[in-house]
Design a protein around this ligand. Structure first.
Ligand SMILES: [Zn+2]
Ligand SMILES: [Zn+2]
Ligand SMILES: [Zn+2]
Ligand SMILES: [Zn+2]
Ligand SMILES: [Zn+2]
Length: 1396
């Protein structure tokens, strides 16, 4: 037994007590005591300092220290834990616990707490939200493995949601956690299932232990202990305790420690690692003076630039009690695993309010002191909270309420805390707020939404004079806080992530209260970071913009979610709309600048003077955008038409609504036109993000919608004139000859104006044409996604991940892509390189819109080119007319009138007029193209109205008439048609010819249709009305058929030409083809020869040596000839192959020959008595060279042949002439078995998550049980290494290198192939300085790798790719791959590969 050893090693004072101690008697004494706490404290006061005060523990995990730890552990168990267990169970602990477990009726929750790096799974079809995850065991036993799922690696903390019915839409249980007859009803009190006296004992014991732990973890005195715990004898023994902070670097700490406590570099590294992991570590033990001395050195050394490292000199008994407090908490966590009844009892103790009332429970005290505790302490009590309160549904609720009540304070503490969020108690919010019923309850009862937003706004204090956020004068400290405060948005997201299925008045009230707070937040953002155009000089300093955009980006999902909530309840939506409007009205509105009157094309409008190019303008307009969002909800839900009287529509002023969004769009246009060049990159970045997929849904898209809202409520002419005015282009279109005069002006100005006109025309196209938002147009949300995909794929075929990136994600990280992709695209699998691609199905091409609002200019021109090319290939004309638009919703119906209003006709007329003359800078092709597009849009609109109406009477759209009849409209508009006709054959407009032809044909079709319709309008029968339409269609059909026929003929001609060329080629290279044909025949006949059973006896006895040697013949091995790069089997009569490549650049060939050389050396030594050189006497890396030297051989095999060929050639010749050789060669059969098995890379599992799981349980071999941060698998030998970490650095040739580099010298002669498991990335290293990353051989279902494991699609081994890596290794191609990679990417050169 171990007792004898303990006797010898334990401090003698403890020994006798150890032998005499009885845990049972102690427990009995406690049971009889009147004051349990006093008794237990007394016991702890005596034993804890004696057991847990071992003095100095060595830094490195040496054998001595681990023995000491074992002793400590044993004493702890026998003297401290055992009495607790006896007391609780009333019997021998091990049998008592077994009995408890047997009787337990567990809740069906899995609750497995994740380790860092462990794989987690979320079902994209069934999880309530992406935070609901399963552990690997539960996942494999669940229905979800057959669904679409996402796999990620845990950052530590959090637990498996298996068994939580609320977390899953369906399939909440795996096989193991499916409720059975034994499962307790969740309403039943589990404590009622264990003996009442045990519950009573548990209650009192847990109270004492938890109180003790709380007292010590929150204890802030270094030299004193809480009452009742003072040690009987006080020694002068202290620890110098070093605490973690996020300010000082590893290097600083290591350097300082070496100086302060004069330890070795290794010890210092170990201290620093522990401080980083646990949050504190004692670095010196001794009397007070001794420890104080070390403290002052550390403080002095680290206080120069920053605040010094935190060091405390603590009395040994204080440290001992704190250590035991942690052990006691872990013990509590273990004991309650045996019984849900005890768990419930512990929950009761933890949340029991003390006499002080509010916030006096033990759990409250822990939470509220969280930020004062060191990391190790926090981790242990958080773990206990997860094992107890979060696993008990009743107490989870009570805890959640306490958490919400203290929310503001906890968050405020977290702002000041310099630890990461994962070790803050605030990170538990994800466990509490993502449960929908809980979130709703907290919202209603604790005003959680309002609290979170309020706390957020409170912490962003920096404002300008108007109360808006101002980030440009942020100090580093404030920036740090800003980073922290963003986690609040995460919490808000959890609360809003699932919208309510049912509303009640309480919820409405509280949600709207929350919305009020949110609108206050948006008010602070409205108009932030305004910009003014810089003229003359370039801007001096790039203004801060990132903070504002970060905020906007983080809030994007929240804004969308709020709209989502509002869409489910009519009353809430109406109230929200009102609130948003009044928030907008209370804001700083566009000032009453100087009023002016504009007139264009015979219309005039009153507005005011404002110039984007001269006045302040801001990109941040969240209130307008939210209102636009609400407005389309009014349309989509038809609330607007059902209860208009409840809406403040009369208060809306369309010109005011459009003003600021319009300015923002004009700003973008001016930036494009180069007017803002002097404002630097900050503005360019802002414009970029404004359109970027991460922001655009709640920025650019909503601005377009706001213009649509405004335009649908205004006279179209007035709307267009205001737009013209904000673009500062009124003067160009107000009179015809103005442009002429203008052309002579400054060339730059002309060019700028050209771009502005283009941008403005594009804006018109978008305002009328963008209808794929449900609520603006009559479309489903699915169609919106489909249209995005169609347009992405119109640019070029794309990989799945590229498409995902181009689409906005919702709060659940879904884009809706999978629902539509297969209907619009076909998938092409990848080869050995590259990735799988989606290609647009041809039938969807007709939906292509060149002016799709999410195209950048570059996308647009690429798409245009691609589409024209496709049309040319299929023999069609190259016109790219707009696709037929979906119908508008009633609220937006009047938008179409923009297309036929006089101002637009005037603009169109002007541009066409300019285009009569070849462009001398006065107009541009893009301008003309946009005008043609607008004309085409109008014609499509008219055609659709004609098709959908019976007679002429209800057709309000008369575009063809307006452009035909001169004189009806003022100025140039009457001549639009005439102009088009005259432009049709203009030689300088060849590119646009097809489009103009399309337009003219359309006009004549419509005219014919109208004539027929009006002649039959007295009989508005649908059947007859369609007559002329049909002839039009027939004509179209015939035309198409003719073109298709022409295309077919052309194709046939090309095919004929090609086959002619092939024939010619074969004739030319007759010999070659002959040869290959013969070969083909030979190989098939050889196969036939081998097939008779007589030729391959199945039961030959195995002979391992000599000419009759057999065995392994059926082991076919395909290898690649390095010369011709073809794969074939190695066989005697096979084609000649060059296989020298199998000589591994590794140590193996040398290893193979070494024994022979050594024997030869020994033989010659004894034969000739030549003394061996000194380096041969020691086994070492230099042996090979030494042996070769000794035997007078070159150390290189090639040299051997070269230098000795006179000797070798006859030998080889003699061997070849040997009759046996000849016989075998003639007789066929297998003579050359492959000389040796070629080396192979290790086998990898098919499912990547198996590797992740393997890596998550891998611990660093050097730092005793710690998780490795970068577990890395050697593909050559299968070793798992702890890469990229201080702990596993090794010295190689006087230099510290990481585990991978070190491994290459023992495994691959300096060359290594690894798989970085967490990154899903292959690493090649060569020598100490060279390396590169390489795509892993794992692909998702879309044929893509996932380097960095960011997307989380399930990954499977692609054997072909793995073989390709293996082949490169066989062929010595790795170094070359590295070389190429480093050439292509200079940043790779700078990486310190040796540290990996
Ligand atoms: Zn689980
Ligand atoms: Zn489970
Ligand atoms: Zn599922
Ligand atoms: Zn290896
Ligand atoms: Zn390590």
């Amino acid at each position: 037994m171990a007792a004898t050893e303990s006797d010898r090693d334990l401090p003698s004072a403890l020994c006798s007590e150890f032998l005499n101690f009885s845990a049972r008697d102690t427990a009995t004494r406690w049971l009889e005591a009147a004051d349990l706490k006093k008794e237990v404290y007394l016991h702890l006061a005596v034993y804890v300092p004696r057991i847990l005060c071992l003095g100095p523990t060595t830094g490195g995990g040496g054998a001595g220290s681990s023995r000491e730890e074992q002793r400590e552990e044993l004493a702890c168990q026998l003297l401290l834990m055992a009495p607790l267990e006896w007391f609780l169970l009333g019997e021998e602990p091990s049998s008592g616990l077994a009995f408890l477990q047997e009787k337990n009726q567990p809740s069906p929750l899995c609750g497995h707490v994740f380790k860092v790096g462990e794989p987690t799974y979320s079902c994209r079809e069934c999880a309530a939200d992406p935070t609901c995850v399963l552990c690997m065991q539960c996942f494999l036993g669940s229905v979800h493995r057959e669904h679409r799922y996402r796999m990620t690696t845990s950052g530590g903390g959090g637990f498996c949601d298996c068994g939580d019915a609320e977390a899953w839409k369906k399939g909440p249980y795996c096989h193991k956690h499916t409720p059975t007859a034994d499962t307790r009803d969740s309403e039943e009190d589990p404590a009622a299932l264990i003996p009442a006296d045990m519950v009573a004992r548990g209650y009192s014991l847990f109270s004492v232990i938890l109180t003790y732990a709380v007292e010590l973890l929150t204890w802030d005195q270094e030299d004193q202990l809480p009452a009742g715990l003072e040690p009987p004898a006080r020694a002068d023994t202290y620890y110098c305790m070093l605490f973690n902070d996020e300010v000082h670097t590893y290097e600083q700490v290591i350097y300082t420690l070496q100086k302060a406590v004069s330890c070795s570099q290794k010890e210092a590294v170990s201290f620093a690692t522990t401080v980083d992991r646990d949050g504190r570590k004692s670095v010196r033990y001794g009397d007070f003076q001794f420890c104080e001395q070390a403290k002052s050195v550390i403080v002095r050394n680290t206080s120069r630039q920053s605040k010094p490292l935190r060091v405390e000199v603590m009395h040994s008994s204080v440290v001992a009690h704190q250590r035991f407090a942690l052990k006691a908490l872990s013990w509590l966590g273990q004991v309650i695993q045996y019984s849900d009844g005890l768990r419930r009892t512990l929950c009761q103790v933890g949340l029991q309010r003390g006499p002080e009332g509010e916030n006096s429970s033990l759990v409250d005290q822990l939470m509220l002191n969280d930020s004062k505790m060191w990391k190790g302490a926090r981790n242990i009590y958080h773990q206990l909270l997860m094992n107890s309160l979060l696993m008990d549904l009743k107490y989870k609720k009570i805890f959640a309420i306490q958490f919400a009540k203290n929310y503001r304070r906890l968050q405020t503490d977290f702002m000041e805390d310099d630890h990461e969020r994962v070790v803050s108690v605030t990170s538990l919010s994800v466990q509490l707020f993502t449960v929908p019923t809980m979130a709703r309850m907290l919202m209603v009862e604790e005003s959680l939404m309002k609290t979170i937003i309020g706390t957020f706004v409170d912490h962003l204090r920096h404002r300008d004079l108007h109360g808006r956020f101002q980030f440009d004068r942020y100090t580093a400290q404030q920036a740090f806080k800003f980073g922290r405060v963003q986690s609040l948005i995460g919490d808000l997201k959890y609360v809003l992530i699932s919208r309510p299925a049912q509303w009640n008045d309480q919820l409405r009230l509280k949600f709207l209260e929350g919305l009020d707070a949110f609108l206050e937040l948006l008010k602070c953002m409205q108009g932030m970071d305004p910009v003014v155009r810089q003229v003359g000089q370039h801007i001096e300093m790039e203004p801060e913009w990132e903070a504002a955009f970060t905020l906007q980006m983080k809030l994007t999902h929240i804004i969308s979610m709020i709209q989502d909530w509002c869409s489910t309840d009519e009353q809430v939506l109406i109230q929200a709309y009102r609130k948003c409007l009044s928030a907008l009205n209370s804001c700083h509105l566009p000032e009453g600048e100087q009023p002016i009157s504009l007139s264009v094309a015979g219309h005039s409008v009153e507005t005011f003077r404002y110039q984007v190019s001269q006045d302040k303008v801001s990109i941040h307009l969240p209130l307008y955008r939210l209102l636009a969002g609400f407005h389309i909800l009014l349309s989509r839900t038809e609330v607007a038409s059902r209860c208009p009287e409840q809406l403040p529509l009369g208060e809306l002023s369309p010109p005011l609504l459009i003003e600021l969004p319009l300015r923002c769009l004009v700003l973008c246009a001016q930036v494009h036109a180069g007017l803002w060049r002097r404002n630097g990159f900050s503005l360019i970045n802002q414009i970029y993000y404004y359109h970027n997929v991460k922001c655009r849904v709640e920025m650019f898209d909503k601005d377009i919608i706001m213009l649509q809202v405004g335009a649908s409520m205004m006279d179209p002419n007035h709307f267009l004139m205001i737009v013209l005015s904000r673009f500062e282009l009124v003067h160009i279109f107000s009179s015809t000859d103005c442009r002429k005069r203008y052309r002579e002006a400054n060339k730059d100005v002309v060019q700028q104006n050209n771009t502005l006109i283009e941008e403005m025309l594009h804006l018109f196209i978008m305002v009328v044409g963008e209808r794929y938002v449900s609520g603006v147009g009559q479309v489903e949300q699915l169609e919106e996604v489909r249209r995005e995909i169609i347009h992405q794929l119109s640019v070029r075929p794309m990989a799945h991940s590229e498409l995902v990136k181009a689409l906005p994600e919702n709060g659940n990280k879904e884009t809706g892509l999978e629902r539509v992709i297969d209907s619009v695209a076909s998938f092409k699998k990848p080869g050995v390189t590259g990735r799988g691609l989606y290609e647009l199905r041809p039938e969807w091409m007709k939906h292509f819109n060149l002016y799709f609002h999410h195209y950048s200019r570059a996308d647009q021109s690429k798409a245009e080119e691609a589409q024209r090319k496709l049309r040319r290939q299929s023999g069609e004309d190259t016109a790219l007319p707009p696709p037929p638009p979906p119908p508008l919703c009633p609220l937006f119906a009047s938008l179409v009138n923009l297309l036929q209003c006089d101002v637009l006709l005037a603009v169109e007329g002007a541009v066409l007029h300019w285009a009569v003359e070849p462009s001398g800078g006065g107009w541009t092709e893009s301008m003309l193209q946009r005008v043609l597009h607008l004309v085409a849009m109008a014609l499509l609109e008219e055609q659709q109205q004609l098709e959908h109406s019976g007679g002429d009477d209800d057709i309000t759209f008369n575009y063809t008439r307006k452009i035909t009849r001169p004189g009806e409209a003022p100025s140039t508009s009457g001549s639009v048609l005439a102009l088009l006709e005259s432009l049709q054959n203009a030689p300088h407009l060849e590119v646009h010819k097809d489009m103009i032809t399309w337009i003219l044909k359309m006009v004549s079709n419509i005219k014919t249709a109208r004539e027929r319709t009006s002649s039959t309008s007295s009989v508005p029968s649908r059947g007859r009305g369609r007559g002329p339409e049909e002839t039009v269609r027939d004509k179209d059909k015939a035309e198409r058929k003719r073109k298709a026929e022409m295309a077919r003929l052309r194709r046939e001609k090309i095919m004929a030409q090609m086959s002619e060329m092939q024939k010619h080629f074969i004739d030319e290279n007759k010999e070659l083809f002959q040869q290959s044909l013969e070969e083909l025949e030979a190989s098939t006949s050889a196969a036939a020869e081998r097939s008779p059973p007589t030729f391959e006896p199945t039961c030959v006895s195995q002979v391992c040596v000599g000419p009759r040697r057999v065995g392994g013949a059926e082991h076919r091995q395909l290898v690649i000839c390095i010369l011709c790069q073809e794969e074939q089997e190695v066989r005697g009569h096979g084609r000649a192959m060059v296989l020298a490549a199998f000589v591994q650049r590794s140590t193996c060939i040398k290893v193979g020959i070494l024994p022979f050389l050594r024997s030869a050396a020994l033989f010659f030594h004894y034969l000739n008595s030549t003394a061996p050189p000194a380096d041969l006497l020691i086994a070492g890396p230099g042996q090979w060279e030494a042996l070769c030297n000794y035997l007078s051989l070159p150390s290189n095999l090639l040299q051997l042949h070269q230098s000795q060929h006179t000797l070798l050639d006859p030998l080889i010749h003699r061997w070849c002439c040997h009759p046996g050789v000849r016989r075998t060669l003639q007789g066929g059969g297998v003579i050359v078995r492959f000389p040796r098995e070629s080396n192979r890379l290790i086998d990898l599992p098919e499912d990547y998550s198996i590797l992740i799981n393997q890596a998550s349980s891998f611990t660093c071999p050097r730092s005793g049980g710690d998780k490795s941060r970068a577990p890395t698998l050697c593909l050559v030998c299968g070793s798992m290494l702890c890469s990229q970490s201080y702990c596993c650095q090794t010295e190689v040739d006087g230099e510290d290198v990481g585990a991978c580099t070190a491994h290459t010298f023992t495994c691959g002669a300096g060359l290594g192939l690894f798989l970085r498991v967490r990154e899903s990335q292959v690493l090649f290293v060569a020598g100490k300085t060279k390396g590169c990353f390489y795509p892993p051989p794992y692909l998702d279902d879309y044929g893509e790798t996932d380097q960095g494991l960011k997307r989380g699609n399930p990954l499977h081994l692609c054997t072909e790719r793995y073989r390709k890596i293996e082949r490169q290794w066989h062929q010595h191609g790795i170094a070359e791959v590295i070389g190429h990679a480093q050439e292509a990417n200079q940043t790779l050169v700078a990486i310190d590969w040796q540290h990996l």
